[in-house]
Design a protein around this ligand. Structure first.
Ligand SMILES: [Zn+2]
Ligand SMILES: [Zn+2]
Length: 160
């Protein structure tokens, strides 16, 4: 199976295949202190964006068809404190639809971005946005690079 992520048009997607760069770090926010995702509870609600968009898939590698469930918070890993935010792997979604929904909800600026389709094994760490249905993978092949449809992101955003 393949996975999807967005990439700024000025980045070389080939870089995603470099094992020395296959790490993920937070986009912003803080990286110490009480966990802002779960408020220190250690548990948070997961909602698989891929299955919300495409319908429940029992084979979904992000949620195994559970779609909406409570589980160990992916940021603090259950202890309520943030102390390990650098993870091994490249953050991806198992479907293009899930990626678009994630970008729309995140309010990301996607102008001029591309969607990269990647192939590779799923890693053993949890992505910081695993509650959105993101996964960490170790890509070894670029399957496709296509323009990101920013109109589609806008239409999902306005649909709410
Ligand atoms: Zn799913
Ligand atoms: Zn947490």
């Amino acid at each position: 199976m393949t996975f999807f992520r967005s990439c700024s048009a000025v980045e070389d997607p080939e870089n995603l295949l470099d094992p020395d760069r296959q790490f993920t770090e937070p986009w912003g926010g803080h990286d110490r202190g009480v966990c802002d995702k779960c408020g220190g509870e250690g548990v948070t609600l997961y909602e698989c964006r891929s299955c919300l968009e495409r319908g429940t898939d029992p084979e979904c590698p992000a949620c195994q068809g559970r779609v909406r469930f409570s589980e160990t918070c992916p940021v603090c890993l259950g202890d309520g404190l943030i102390n390990h935010t650098k993870r091994r792997g490249i953050a991806v979604f198992p479907t293009r639809e899930g990626l678009y929904r994630y970008l729309a909800e995140k309010g990301a600026d996607v102008e001029g971005s591309v969607v990269v389709e990647l192939e590779g094994p799923i890693g053993d760490e949890r992505d910081l946005d695993a509650d959105n249905g993101a996964l960490l993978v170790f890509p070894h092949r670029l399957v496709a690079v296509e323009p990101l449809d920013s109109e589609l992101v806008l239409s999902i955003r306005t649909r709410g």
